[in-house]
Design a protein around this ligand. Sequence first.
Ligand code: PGA
Length: 255
Amino acid sequence: MRSPLVVGNWKMNGTLVEVSSLAGAIAKELKKKPSKASLVLAPPATALVQLNQKIRRSEISLAAQNCHWQDSGAFTGEVSPLMLRDIGCMYVIVGHSERRHIFHETDEMIAKKLVAAIKNKLRPILCVGETLAEREDGLATKVITRQLRIALKQLARNDIRNVEVAYEPIWAIGTGHNAEPKQITEIHGRIRRFLADSFGQSNAKRVRVLYGGSVKPENSNDLAKTSEVDGLLVGGASLKAETFIPVIRCFDSHG
Ligand code: PGA
């Protein structure tokens, strides 16, 4: 019932020429042989307009990596969800751990961004995850439940159907060490239970829960097979077609 989703988060990488050629290579490959997973690309904001033109005739969707919560106003340096929708974005990543930790985004700010994204018909990809210290102290579930509770508190019951949740343990991001399937299944199960308790079983069933953190061709097949994993959020390995294509295809051979 939930079709797999793969998201490439290119973070602050790539000139226009580089980003465009990478997207072109991926689109060409998927045109030759479509993948079972839907693909979303999240390039740097500077490339969104051009990439939208480039992938217009493909099945690929476009995501922004962040947004503000107001439609317009005196917020120097920010981009609004209204503007993102205007240039063809379908998704927006919200609450990535780099935004939380480097740019001090709070759960309350993330809650406002989610509401604003949905109002503007963007699908938010809400990132949650614990630090290594929190995991070692046995606090992983508690931290993730808090992140979900505050971020989603303003959403109406049906709105949750337009949200994707990504579990990204911070200790696994960019470290080369992914979380173990057992750890992922446990947290994803908790996330799903939280969603069912808060938004009702039938709404919760529709929400895709993605895993992110050091996803690469060497581990993506096992991750795709992992129970409760509906998709992947990929950073480093999405920056090269040779490593990203096998990851996109990892769901092709799984039921
Ligand atoms: P990574 O990043 O795949 O390089 O670990 C994932 C992310 O930050 O979304």
